[in-house]
Ligand binder design. Structure first.
Ligand SMILES: Nc1nc2c(ncn2[C@@H]2O[C@H](COP(=O)(O)OP(=O)(O)OP(=O)(O)O)[C@@H](O)[C@H]2O)c(=O)[nH]1
Length: 532
């Protein structure tokens, strides 16, 4: 991938690199050429002017050498001598015309017509001719016309020569500078750039130090780049390790999430599930992929949704975990008890854990039920009957209730003659007989010893209580077959407390029934009495 990217980029980068070399060369040549042309032009003008001045100075010096002879010729009005002086001057190619005057008259005038008239740059040179005997007396004038074309030609040739020398010098300097810049700076930088471009990060490669640049800026740049690469590789390695660790820990958490025997989910403040694990999907009938089916935990909890709302509000307000138990009634599988714990997350979300606590709840219910049952007969015990009697009284609604307190007659004798075990069997038989006489909705209990309690609920008239009591007395007065030829003869004395008021307390009813039961005992046993 990295290699492909590099290849894709290689073209433009190579172009840029080569253009750096080319551009450097072209720029050096351009500026050097510009400076060269300016220097050449300037030097041409300067050299030409210098050359002109030099030739002019030569003429002045030449005139000085013939001045004395010309003075004598002017003083003596010697045309022959003046002519020789003029001819002598004209031998110099820089002289175009010579005029020697004596007083106001031209003594001699030699020369050729100048191609160019003297001008301000190259004017006609004149020199006064003084008397050989009286230096203060002027006797004539020497006039020399410069050969302008010749002087200009010489000056031009010389300045061109100088310009060519300068140009050659400049070309060699420019070539040297270009060579130095290319080989000392541009090429090593381009090489560095190419190496960097082709470097495979993560392979442990470093950029080789360009030869001869161990101690200069390019060497330092290479070292710094290598240090950067090493640091980057270190960071990449650390990042790779971190990613591997994160992937491993994610894998572990995913495994826990997938296989946990606990529901794990994420919930928002409106009760919508965002994600859930397979356990949740199985227990709550959610789609495993999370894309279809119900997604609202409120809908799943049905009429307990308001309790979920309260729990969510508490968790989000306190920003602390909190939990509650919820009972789901399911068709066919009974009640499913779920213990839900919500933890606050950022963004008004909550992370939830849910456990199936149905077995615990059933065990608790069983333990509570057992605490209210008599172990020998399976009937309600004292605690059980007190509890249920209270419920039955509170549920009274225009109907009546009869509480019968039974005490067996002659039971001690059974124990004494047939043994305690036989006595237990008699108690269990009495329990079944009592249950068979009353309705399923009525209550039968054994508060202790040979005492039993029967609560008849939803009675239409007191006659029903009277009828049942008579039936119990009659049933329990029949001998009980204990097997092995053994028979137990007992009876039952019953006290009945009858009420239509839900204001009556269970204790009061028990006391009244107890008194009535003792009355029955006193009256001869095996009979019932209504409490007054
Ligand atoms: N086998 C057995 N005997 C019990 C149990 N609880 C109490 N008893 C006995 O039941 C007897 C009850 O005494 P009583 O009510 O005086 O005996 P009773 O012969 O029925 O006397 P009356 O009520 O006057 O007819 C005692 O002997 C207790 O020891 C029990 O769980 N099992």
């Amino acid at each position: 991938m990295i290699t492909e990217d590099r290849q894709a980029d290689a073209g433009p980068i190579r172009k840029v690199s080569s253009s750096v070399v080319r551009r450097t060369t072209l720029l050096i040549l351009f500026f050097a050429g510009l400076v060269g042309i300016m220097v050449a032009m300037g030097s041409t003008v300067l050299v030409a002017r210098e050359e002109r001045q030099r030739l002019q100075q030569n003429l002045v010096e030449l005139m000085q050498t013939v001045e004395r002879t010309a003075s004598i010729a002017a003083f003596a009005r010697d045309e022959q001598l003046a002519s020789e002086v003029a001819q002598g001057l004209l031998r110099n190619r820089a002289v175009a015309r010579v005029v020697i005057r004596e007083g106001g008259r031209t003594l001699v005038e030699h020369g050729h017509d100048a191609e160019q008239r003297p001008n301000r740059v190259l004017p006609v040179l004149t020199r006064p001719l003084m008397s050989p005997f009286s230096p203060k007396e002027q006797v004539g004038e020497l006039e020399v016309w410069p050969a302008i074309a010749k002087i200009e030609q010489d000056a031009g040739a010389y300045s061109r020569f100088i310009a060519i020398i300068l140009a050659l010098q400049l070309v060699s300097v420019v070539a040297s500078v270009a060579w130095v810049v290319l080989n000392v700076v541009t090429r090593p930088v381009k090489k560095l750039s190419d190496e960097l471009h082709h470097l495979r990060i993560g392979s442990g490669e470093l950029i080789p130090l360009p030869a001869g640049h161990g101690h200069d800026e390019i060497g330092r740049l290479t070292g710094d780049i290598n240090a950067l690469i090493a640091r980057m590789e270190g960071m990449l390695g650390a990042e790779r390790e971190l990613r591997a660790e994160r992937e491993e820990s994610e894998r572990k958490f995913r495994l826990i999430f997938e296989s946990a025997e606990t529901g794990i989910f994420t919930l928002d403040s409106s009760g919508q599930l965002h994600d859930w694990n397979p356990w949740m999907a199985r227990r709550l009938g959610l789609a495993p992929d999370g894309r279809s089916g119900p997604r609202s935990l409120r809908d799943i909890l049905g009429d307990q949704a308001s309790r979920l709302d309260a729990l969510m509000v508490r968790v989000l307000a306190d920003q602390r975990p909190a939990g509650a138990d919820f009972a789901l009634t399911r068709r066919g599988t009974g009640t499913l008890w779920l213990q839900l714990v919500l933890n606050p997350l950022p963004g008004n979300l909550m992370q939830g854990i849910v456990n199936d606590v149905t077995e615990q709840k059933q065990a608790e219910a069983h333990a509570i039920a057992m605490a209210e049952r008599d172990a020998l007969t399976g009937l309600l015990n004292r605690r059980g009957i007190e509890h249920r009697l209270g419920d039955a009284l509170r549920a009274l609604d225009g109907q009546s209730l009869a509480l019968m307190l039974l005490d067996l007659d002659g039971f001690k004798q059974v124990n004494d003659t047939l043994g305690h075990e036989a006595g237990d069997r008699v108690l269990a038989t009495v329990a079944r007989q009592l249950e068979s006489v009353v309705r399923r909705t009525d209550l039968v209990a054994r508060p202790g010893g040979d005492e039993f309690v029967v609560v008849l609920q939803s009675l239409e008239t007191v006659d029903t209580a009277r009828f049942i009591a008579a039936k119990i007395v009659s049933t329990l007065s029949r001998p009980i077959d204990l097997g092995d030829g053994q028979r137990a003869q007992i009876g039952a004395s019953i006290g009945i407390a009858y009420t239509e008021s839900r204001q009556d307390s269970g204790d009061a009813l028990m006391r009244r029934a107890d008194e009535a039961m003792y009355e029955a005992k006193r009256a001869g046993k095996s009979q019932y009495r209504f409490a007054s």
